[in-house]
Ligand binder design. Sequence first.
Ligand code: FEO
Length: 390
Amino acid sequence: MMPIKIAKNVFCICAQDWNRKLFDALIPLPNGTSYNSYIVKGLEKTVLIDTADPQKENIFLEYLKDIESIDYVVCNHAEQDHSGLLEKVLEKYPKAKIIANAKCKDLLKDHLHISEDKFQVVKDGEILDIGGKTLKFVFTPWAHWPETMCTYLKEDQILFSCDLFGSHLAAGDVFSDDKKIYEPLKRYYAEIMLPFKNNLKENLKKLDDLAISMIAPGHGPVHKCVDFVLDAYEDWTLKEPKNRVLIAYVSMHGSTEILVNRLADSLRVKDIPVEIANVEDSDIGKVAEELVDCATVVIGTPTVLAAPHPKAAYVAYLANVLRPNTKFISIIGSYGWGGKTIEVLSALLCNIKAEILPPVMVKGLPTDKDLSEIDKLAKLIASKHKTLDK
Ligand code: FEO
């Protein structure tokens, strides 16, 4: 297997993982993923940027078999899906130095027990001249961990961005297609970057200073459609959420589903697009994706053991940790004889600074009066959405 040329003397090692089903034992991967690393050959030195997940050791080392020497291994991010084969690289190239920032060095020492003498620590903005090619290290903290940085290759205007601008997509093509990449990019943004959007604002501003012709991330295809990718990130990070409603629900005997369908119909006639996710068995990644830019989120749940259904509680928990820009939240659902569903869900949503719209909880099978309460909720959402972008 040969590294793939993406520019003159710049190559991609793309360890595809078609069959991986979950990331972090949590995030569903309907399209698998890839772990990308890159080789930059200067006239004097050769640099490897990042490694791959240890599960892909064989394929990764196969890519390196014809690379005679590596002088530096840049570690943009200490998480093991990018750093996990550092020791294997050091075994093969014992003179190589790991280039990392101070935080990354500490994390690598903790997670991989790499010894101090293997590191060359760099500061934000520091330059490494490898002969005809110049690398600049740009710290981008919290994209995804506190130590994350990007490496910029000045002569070829390539940004090696690790997690940033990635997608969990095992793709046959090296380069992304802007018609196909939007959804994988957004889903990945939701799952990995959304909790850190305030840091992203600063990071995007910082990257504005660089002329970028290609983004080479640590997951998914390489982007030549740089403006498309940056515009999408700016849209999700900097702009207000859209005139859209996400209804994530679970129903046991049909009462909650009746309310959900009524609310969706009532919103649609008011020209409000609705995304419905039945979380009984649906892909939670789709819910995360909608959280990026839906102005309103409604959780629908029956009452189970005096509390929300655990799958509805999971949606609330997920939304709470992803901390989307949601403007309005409501809860609809049903109960048999009582319970604390509203209190429990509200407590789970405590990190989200959204306005809570009056919930609609009904006893048993919804009556006409209950459905008119749902219509009132739709009317209230429509009035709140008046000022939002279509
Ligand atoms: Fe792809 Fe945060 O690791």
